[in-house]
Write a protein that binds this ligand. Sequence first.
Ligand code: FDA
Ligand code: NAP
Length: 452
Amino acid sequence: MSNREHEIYDVVGVGFGPSNLSLAIALEEYGARGPEDGISSLFFERQSSFGWHRNMLLPSATMQISFLKDLVTFRNPTSSFSFVAYLHAQGRLPQFVNNQDFFPTRQEFHQYLEWAQAKVADRIVYGSEVTSIRRPPGAVPELSDRLLLEVADATGRAGRVVEARNVVISTGLVPSMPEGTERDERVWHSSEFLAKYRRTDPGELRRVAVAGAGQSAAEIARFLYDELPHAQVCAIVPSYGYSVADDTPFANQVFDLGAVDEYYFGSEQTREAFWRYHRNTNYSVVDDEVIRDLYRRSYDDDVRGVRRLQFLNLTRVTGVKRAGAETRVSLQEGSDGEVRELDFDLLVCATGYNAMEPTDLLGDLDRYCLRDEAGRYRVERDYRIVTAPDMRCGIYLQGGTEHTHGLTSSLLSNIAVRSGEIVDSIVARRAGPNDESDESTVLAEAGKGTFR
Ligand code: FDA
Ligand code: NAP
C-alpha cells in the first residue's frame, strides 16, 4: 500500500463489520442527494476481505433476527441495499417467499452482506488495522476538529496516516475465555471454531467438550455431534440445561427503536429493569429449535443404549492444564463444589464475549473523553462520546454502548437507524457547533463525569 500522508476525510470508520457497512451505505445514500451534500469517508478493516463471524458459519445456523432488520430497511425501506433487493438481484425472491421463513441461514445473510459491501468497495481498505487515534501534534485550536489515525498493513507494518473530522469506531465484541484458560491448538474460543476445526484431523477428536450454555455452545455441540460420529461430545453447562431465547412478540419490543429512547432517557431503575427482565432475549440463551435438536439427539442415544452426548450440568470450567497430548480441564459444580479434572482431546470455550472497548485504540485521546461515575464513557444520544469542550472532532461508537443505549448496542436490530442517526449528527454538527446545547460543555460544567 502506498504511504499517502495526511489524507483528510469527514468520516473514517474503524472496523468494517455490519455496523460500519450500514454506515457506509447511509453515507452513500446521503451523498446521492447531490454533490454538495457529499461526506468523504474511508473505512479500515483488518481482515483481508469481508467476514462476519466467519468461524461460526455453521451449516444450519440461522439468523437471530428477521431479514427485514437488514442494513437499511428500517431507515430507508426503498433502499437498493436491502435484503429483498439482494434476493431480487439473485433471482431468488419467489423461492425465498415460498419458504415462509423470517430467519435466513447465517450463510445466506453473509452472502447478502458480501453483495452489499461490494457496492461500496471503493471506500473500504481491507487488510488494514487502525492501531491508534490521536490528536495532531500540538493540537492548535484550528486543528481541534481533526484526529490522526495510524494504520498498519497486513504485515503489521505501520505506514498510512489519515486525518479525520469524525471517527466511527466499530471494532466488535471481544472474545472472553474462562479465567485461568489460555487458547492453544486444543483449547479454542468459539470465535475461532471453524478455522481451527478445518486444520484438525477429525480422527484425533474422540472426546471433545464444549463449555457454555449460549447459542454458540449449543450450535457447536450439535455440529460436533453430527460431524464426529466416532466421538463423545460433552457439554459443560453452567445452568441445569439450555434455556430458551425469548423472541416472543412482547419481549421482542426491547429491540424496537423506541426502546433505545426509553433506555437512554430512562432512570437507573428503568435501565436495570431492562436487564433484569430481558437479558434472556440474548445472553446465555439458545434458540428453541437448536435446543430441541440437541435433546432429540440425546434421547436417540438413550434409545440406542449409547451415550455419545453427555451433559455436565451446573458446571463451569475453572482452568485447563496440558498433560501431554491431553487437555486436562478443571471443572467445578456450583460455586463451592469440589473441583474435578477430566481429560479431553479438545475443549471449545463458547464462553461469550466482552463489550467493545475502545480505550486502547484511543490511547492518550482517552483523557479528552468524559467518563461516568462507574468509569464508563459518557455517550450522547447520537452515539458520540462526550468529549472535552475544545474538541470539535467527533468520536462515535457503534457498539460498547449497552450502558447508555441498551441491549441493541452489539446487535443488528438497530444498525440501519443507528447509522442514519450518526450521519444526521455529523451533518448537523458540520453546519456549526451549538455551544448552548453541546452536551460536553453542559455535562462537564455540571460536574457529571470526569476526564481521566
Ligand atoms: P463485528 O464484530 O461484526 O465487526 C467488527 C469488525 O472490526 C471486524 O470485522 C474486525 O475484524 C474489525 N476490527 C476490529 N478491530 C479493528 C481495528 N483496530 N482496525 C480495523 N478493523 C478492526 N446479532 C444479531 O442481531 N443477530 C444475529 O443473528 C447475530 N448473530 C451472531 C452470530 C455470532 C456467531 C456472533 C458471535 C454474534 C452474532 N450477533 C448477532 C451479534 C453481533 O455482534 C452482530 O451480529 C454484529 O457482528 C455486529 O456488527 P459490528 O460491525 O458492530 O461488529
Ligand atoms: P453468551 O450468550 O454470552 O453465552 C456464554 C455462555 O458461556 C453462558 O452460558 C455463560 O454462562 C457460559 N460461561 C461463561 N464462563 C463459563 C465457564 N467458565 N464455564 C462454563 N460456561 C461458561 O455467548 P454466545 O453464545 O457466544 O452468544 C453471544 C452473542 O452471539 C449473542 O448475541 C448470540 O445471540 C449471538 N450468536 C448468534 C448466533 C446465530 O446467529 N446463529 C450464533 C452464535 C451466537 P453464565 O451466563 O452463567 O456466565
